[in-house]
Ligand binder design. Structure first.
Ligand SMILES: Nc1ncnc2c1ncn2[C@@H]1O[C@H](COP(=O)(O)OP(=O)(O)O)[C@@H](O)[C@H]1O
Ligand SMILES: [Mg+2]
Length: 590
């Protein structure tokens, strides 16, 4: 007896849907692509309950005839290709004719559409792939597609959906990426009737970026404009020192299609060469135009991966494009960094970071590293400690964990130099202060009393749409860390308080950092070491800061009271010793 059966159509559609439609965001992706393919200049995306309950996408594109509307939900039904040759020169975003069929198979779908030249439009209601109702109705030109109760008939799928906040972020990501790719199309995105994004149709791509990533980010971006015989590369990249801790603001488009491609991303980093710090990531919005015949977009049902025929040449072009943008910026800065610094205190000062990373690499050599703990123990004896204390009276550094020291001064604006019995101490001012700040913050946090200072002129924080959602969500957690924020309208928040440990701090950078760390984390407690380390790092004096002797004494006094004075919270040493013995050997006295 034969065991093999041909699967019924609705089951086939459900299986196919599994590949194309993973979550509400995939519905949005497919429907927005259809609207763009239909030539829309205005697209509205409305969600309820992060898309789990309802997704509605309305466009003013060319619309469909009643006959086509019915066909559109069939599998392999498309108006975009008709022959094998077409498959190898695809200019539209869709071509597989399976998105609407897939969506229809796993949701309750309704379509309203009208073509420009027609007087009337039509409406269709489809449940689980079956047309339940069709009508001729009056309608605006264009198409409106509503998807309700996604996965109502595939409970296994539904179970895999993440929390509302996570699903919403995925949806937002899709809309923002298509808005970035199509500055000439107006996008509006609402969630439970709140407007999350409104990017008007602009010819100016930088303004579109501003409406999505915030004005400040957009202002600082460098323009990329490059072409050779294989490829045109256009868009924006950040300056090497306006970088982020995550890759959330990196978008690539090839022929208008949002893609993910590590060869191209790697080429961008290559273009930055050594100007980027480790684990720092530039913002990038790059559009590549390639001959459609030299790419294959048909490698995955979601069409986000593509194969590029001349991969090496394209990568080389992208690296050159980035390099060129960075180089030409040196000659002709597009934004005057100095004026920016006056109006926004958050702008990092490149000099310092360069100083820290390049000029003063941390290279402990076997010769100079000294087991400090041993020393401390060695000085622990009452007798010798008091003897030494007398000798170095001037500093009154009677500490619990550090041996008595006599501060001599600051070296290279980076290290304190101090005499101690039997030698010299080099103290890394940043590492030492960081340890002090870390333990102080940790104690305050653990006892739920982070001391704060009110900002008299509440600083205004300009955020991206995604960050705005995180901020609303993490408001209480940030408050527990000492940051009180108040919604200020648009994409801005007023910063009301910051932790007391901060003197002059780049609040904006710090908050952006914290937000990216809090992203998708269940709670601050889970991540407190990482978060507090970052906060301490920002609060501490930097390499390159001038520090006076009394300030040094203060830092060292506090350091001596910490639990673990010999390393910074990242685990690097705070101090090292060169013994007299070592000096004598070097001078060949011994
Ligand atoms: N918003 C829309 N406006 C006009 N036509 C549309 C729209 N959405 C879908 N269609 C029509 O329905 C067809 C099927 O859509 P879809 O299943 O996404 O397949 P594909 O986009 O791969 O062709 C499209 O080829 C197009 O003709
Ligand atoms: Mg499509």
């Amino acid at each position: 007896m034969s065991k093999i059966v041909l699967l019924p159509e609705d089951l086939i559609n459900k299986i196919a849907a599994g590949e194309v439609i993973e979550r509400p965001a995939s519905v949005i992706k497919e429907l927005v692509e259809n609207s763009l393919d239909a030539g829309a200049s205005k697209i509205t995306v409305e969600l309820e309950e992060s898309g789990k309950k309802r997704i509605r996408i309305t466009d003013n594109g060319e619309g469909m005839s009643p006959e086509d509307a019915e066909k559109s939900i069939l599998r392999h039904a498309t108006s975009k290709i008709s022959s094998v040759e077409d498959l190898f020169s695809i200019k539209t975003l869709g071509f597989r004719g399976e998105a609407l069929a897939s969506i229809a198979a796993v949701s309750k779908l309704s379509i309203i559409t009208k073509q420009k030249e027609m007087l009337e439009g039509c409406s269709l209601k489809i449940v689980g792939g079956n047309i339940l109702d069709k009508n001729i109705i009056g309608a605006e030109q264009g198409t409106s597609i509503e998807v309700q109760d996604i996965f109502f008939n595939t409970p296994a799928r539904k179970k895999f959906l993440k929390t509302d906040a996570v699903e919403l972020k995925h949806c937002l990501e899709v809309v923002t990426h298509y808005a970035l790719a199509n500055p000439n199309v107006a996008f509006k995105f609402t969630h439970d009737h709140n407007i999350l994004l409104h990017s008007p149709a602009l010819q100016d791509a930088r303004s579109t970026i501003a409406s999505i990533y915030g004005i400040q980010t957009a202002k600082e971006l460098l323009e990329v404009n490059y072409s050779d015989k294989n490829v045109v590369v256009q868009g924006f990249i950040s300056k090497p020192y306006h970088v982020r801790n995550d890759k959330n603001q990196q978008v690539l488009f090839v022929n208008g299609r949002w893609i993910k491609n590590s060869d191209i991303t790697n080429a961008v980093y290559e273009g930055y060469h050594s100007t980027l710090f480790v684990n720092k990531h530039p913002v990038l919005v790059l559009h590549l135009q390639l001959n459609p015949e030299t790419i294959d977009v048909n490698v995955h049902p979601q069409k986000q991966e593509i194969k590029i025929e001349q991969k090496e040449q394209v990568a080389a072009a992208v690296a050159s494009a980035v390099r060129e943008a960075l180089q030409s910026n040196k000659l002709m800065p597009t934004v005057d960094v100095n004026t920016e610094q006056q109006i926004t205190f958050g702008t990092p000062i490149p000099r310092k970071e360069t100083t820290t990373a390049v000029k003063y690499p941390f290279e402990p050599s076997a010769q100079t590293v000294f087991a400090v703990e041993e020393t401390a123990a060695g000085y622990g004896g009452q007798e010798s400690a008091s003897a030494v204390a007398e000798q170095y009276q001037s500093t009154e550094l009677m500490q619990e964990k550090l041996p008595p020291l006599k501060l001599l001064g600051q070296v290279h604006k980076t290290y304190f130099l101090a005499e101690t019995e039997g030698g010299l101490f080099y103290i890394d001012q940043h590492a030492a202060h960081e340890r002090v700040m870390y333990e102080s913050l940790l104690n305050q946090f653990l006892y739920s009393k982070v001391e704060v200072q009110k900002l008299l002129q509440g600083e205004v924080l300009d955020v991206s749409v995604a960050e705005k959602i995180s901020l609303e969500e993490k408001k209480d957690e940030l408050k527990a860390l000492g940051f009180e924020l108040e919604y200020f309208g648009g994409n801005t928040f007023a910063v009301k308080t910051i932790p007391l440990v901060y003197g002059k701090v780049k609040i904006k950078e710090l908050l952006h950092d914290l937000l990216s760390m809090l992203e998708n984390k269940k709670s601050i407690l889970e991540k407190k070491e990482e978060i507090l380390t970052r906060m301490a790092c920002r609060a501490a004096v930097m390499a390159g800061d001038l520090v006076t002797i009394p300030q040094m004494e203060r830092i060292l006094q506090e350091l001596s009271k910490t639990e673990l004075p010999y390393t910074c919270p990242h685990g690097r040493p705070t101090l090292m010793k060169v013994t007299v013995d070592e000096l004598e050997k070097k001078f060949r006295r011994k």
